[in-house]
Design a protein around this ligand. Sequence first.
Ligand code: ZN
Length: 207
Amino acid sequence: MTTYEVTTRGGETHTVECLLTNAECAEVIRSAPKASDFARDLASKASLSPKQEAWLHVLTRWIKHPKTQPSSGLAFPAIQALLQKGFDSGRAFPKLRLRVDGERIVLARSGAGKINVSDGAGYAHGQWFGAIQLDGTWRGGRAKSTLVMETLANLEQNGIAFLNSNGIETGECCYCNSPIETDESIAVGYGPICAKRYGLPWGKVVK
Ligand SMILES: [Zn+2]
């Protein structure tokens, strides 16, 4: 019996005890019609890192005992509301373009109101991390990124000003997408006009 522990994108830790070998787990995943691409990818690997090995066993458990699998439970209603305001102010396709640790993360509201989260490189070449639904719930996409999920969690909890005050660049107003250049605007992530329109604080540089 070996104990395996994984941490999800949402920061939850899951521990399972498993008697199966890696090869036996891979076989369970291969023969499960509903196994995720992530699970299939792990099952096809010739060698696994300790982290991947832990996921192999946890995912196998979830396939064999589906009731033990937690729902993602992730929801970002505040982010949905943030871009909704941009839409309500007359932007057909509000976007939030972030640069985090040198990586581009783009949140783009579709005409239907879903917010697609990608690296902004477009459908053909880009990475699509998932989408925030109209009700705020999260559906993960093919590309997985801890950095993206951490950034979404930060943005959800603390708002746009938090990202900016932590050196995450947007370069443009999160509501109207106009370039923002002054220290006061960069500090909060929106310009003075939108600050006034939405009754938000503006004018003090956050330290
Ligand atoms: Zn603006």
